[in-house]
Design a protein around this ligand. Structure first.
Ligand code: NAP
Ligand code: MG
Length: 405
C-alpha cells in the first residue's frame, strides 16, 4: 500500500513522561505505517525547555502561527517539586499558557463519546463542547485582605491623569476581603469571534452564558459584544448553516444543559469554563477521553489531549511494569491535526485516514477492549488491558479499514 503524502508539515510539539512514551508509539504504530508523515519537530520536554531557557516553546508557537496547524503532547508545568526533580534553573511557565498568550487563542474541549459508556446525565446523546475565555477576570485580579474598618472605592484615572470615575464599593465596619477584576474589549471580541467560527465549523448551536442581570456593566459588556458581532458578522452564516446563537443567564444555561441532548458549543467566561469543563468531562466518563484544541482569531489550530502527563503511570513504566494508560485523547489530537492539515491542503486521503484511525480507536473501545480508566465505566463488566494490547487492537482494526478503503 502506498503511503499517504503530505504537502505542508505539521508542527509537532513533543512533551513529557507517560504521554511522551505514548507519543512515540502512536506515531510509529498507528500513523507512520500509512502516512509519509512530515512534521517540524519541537521538543517541549522539560529538559529541552531548561536547555533552551524555554525559547523552544516560543519557537513552537511561532511555527504554529506560520504553518497553521500544530499537535502537542502533554507537558509538565513545573512546581517546586519538579524544579528539584529535574534540577531546573527556573520554574518555567506553563507551556500551554505561553502558547495561548502568543497565539491569543481560545481553548475548546470536547469529550470523545463511545456507545458502551453512558454519560452520567441520561439525556446527553452527543458531545458538549466547552469554550473557555482564558483571559482576565479573577485569574488576573488584584486582591486585598481588608484588615478592619475603612472605605473601599473603585477609581479610574484616564491617560491624562484625570480621575473620571469613583464609586464606593463598601464602607467596611470590620475586617473582610476585596477583589478587583478586569477584562478587555479586544480579548472578549477575539473570544466571541473564535466561538462563532468554531460553531460554524462544528455546525452546532452556540450558547454564551454570563450573569448580566447582576453584573450590569461587566457581564453585560460580554453579552453586548457577542450580540453585536453576531448581528454584524455571523447571523446570515448561522442561518444558512441551520444553527442558532443564544445568550443565556449562567444559571439557566446550567439547568438547560442538564436537560439538553448535547451536540452544542457552550461558551463560558473564564471561571465558569474552568469549573464547567471539569464537570462536563467527568460526567461524560474519563479525562482521558477529552480532546482540546486551541484556536487563534487568525484561524491557527493547536490540538492536544486535555489530560496531563500521567505521572504515576510513568513511574510504574520506569520500573519496567506494564501500565494501562489510555492513548485515545492523544490519538485524537493527532487525527484532529492531520484532518485540519488535510482540509487546508485539499488532501482528501489524509482526512479520510484521520477518520479511519478515529473509528478504529472507537471500535476498539466499543468492542469491549479498554484501558483501566474506562473498564469500570462500561455497561457490561470488562477486564482492563495494558497499553500495548490496547494499541495493538487499534492497529488490527485500522489495518482492516485501510485495506478495504
Ligand atoms: P494527569 O496527568 O491528567 O493525571 C491525573 C490522573 O488521571 C492520573 O493519575 C490517572 O489516574 C488519570 N489519567 C489521566 N490521563 C490518563 C490516561 N491517558 N490514561 C489513564 N488514566 C489517566 O494530571 P496530573 O497528575 O495532575 O498532572 C501530571 C502532570 O501533567 C503535571 O506535571 C502537570 O503539570 C501536567 N499537566 C499537563 C497538561 C497539559 O500539558 N495540557 C494538563 C494537565 C496537567 P490514575 O492514577 O487513577 O490511573
Ligand atoms: Mg478546572
Amino acid at each position: 500500500m502506498e503511503k499517504i503524502q503530505m504537502t505542508t508539515p505539521l508542527v509537532e510539539l513533543d512533551g513529557d513522561e507517560m504521554t511522551r512514551v505514548l507519543w512515540r508509539k502512536i506515531k510509529a504504530e498507528l500513523i507512520e505505517p500509512y502516512v509519509d508523515l512530515r512534521t517540524e519537530y519541537y521538543d517541549l520536554g522539560l529538559l529541552e525547555r531548561e536547555a533552551t531557557k524555554d525559547q523552544v516553546t516560543v519557537d513552537a508557537a511561532r511555527a504554529i502561527a506560520r504553518y497553521g496547524v500544530g499537535v502537542k503532547c502533554a507537558t509538565i508545568t513545573p512546581n517546586a517539586q519538579r524544579v528539584e526533580e529535574y534540577h531546573l534553573s527556573r520554574m518555567w511557565k506553563s507551556p500551554n499558557g505561553t502558547l495561548r498568550a502568543l497565539l491569543d487563542g481560545t481553548v475548546f474541549r470536547t469529550p470523545i463519546v463511545v456507545k458502551n459508556i453512558h454519560p452520567v446525565v441520561r439525556t446527553w446523546k452527543a458531545p458538549i463542547t466547552i469554550a473557555r475565555h482564558a483571559y482576565g477576570d479573577i485569574y488576573k485580579a488584584a486582591e486585598y485582605r481588608v484588615p478592619g474598618e475603612g472605605k473601599a472605592e473603585l477609581v479610574f484615572t484616564d491617560k491624562s491623569g484625570r480621575e473620571t470615575f469613583r464609586e464606593t464599593i463598601y464602607d467596611f465596619e470590620c475586617p473582610g476581603v476585596l477583589q478587583g477584576t478586569y477584562n478587555k474589549d479586544t480579548s472578549i471580541c477575539s473570544f466571541a469571534h473564535a466561538c462563532f467560527q468554531y460553531a460554524l465549523n462544528l455546525k452546532q448551536d452556540l450558547w454564551f452564558s454570563a450573569k448580566d442581570t447582576i453584573s450590569k456593566q461587566y457581564d453585560h459588556r460580554f453579552k453586548d459584544i457577542f450580540a453585536e458581532l453576531y448581528e454584524q458578522e455571523y447571523k446570515a452564516r448561522f442561518e444558512a448553516a441551520g444553527i442558532r446563537y443564544k445568550y443565556m443567564l449562567i444559571d439557566s444555561a446550567v439547568a438547560g444543559l442538564m436537560q439538553c441532548q448535547g451536540g452544542i458549543l457552550w461558551a463560558c467566561k473564564n471561571y465558569d469554563g474552568d469549573v464547567m469543563s471539569d464537570m462536563v468531562s467527568s460526567a461524560f466518563g474519563s479525562l482521558a477521553m477529552m480532546t482540546s484544541v486551541l484556536v487563534s482569531p487568525e484561524g491557527k489550530y493547536e490540538y492536544e489531549a486535555a489530560h496531563g502527563t500521567v505521572q504515576d503511570h510513568y513511574y510504574q513504566h520506569l520500573q519496567g511494569k506494564k501500565t494501562s494508560t489510555n492513548p485515545v485523547a492523544t490519538i485524537f489530537a493527532w487525527t484532529g491535526a492531520l484532518r485540519k492539515r488535510g482540509e487546508l491542503d485539499g488532501l482528501d486521503a489524509l482526512c479520510a485516514f484521520a477518520g479511519h484511525l478515529e473509528r478504529a480507536a472507537l471500535d476498539t473501545v466499543e468492542d469491549g477492549v479498554m484501558t483501566g480508566d474506562l473498564a469500570p465505566l462500561c455497561d457490561t463488566p470488562v477486564e482492563a488491558v495494558d497499553t500495548d494490547t490496547f494499541m495493538a487492537s487499534i492497529r488490527t482494526r485500522l489495518d482492516m479499514r485501510m485495506q478495504s478503503a
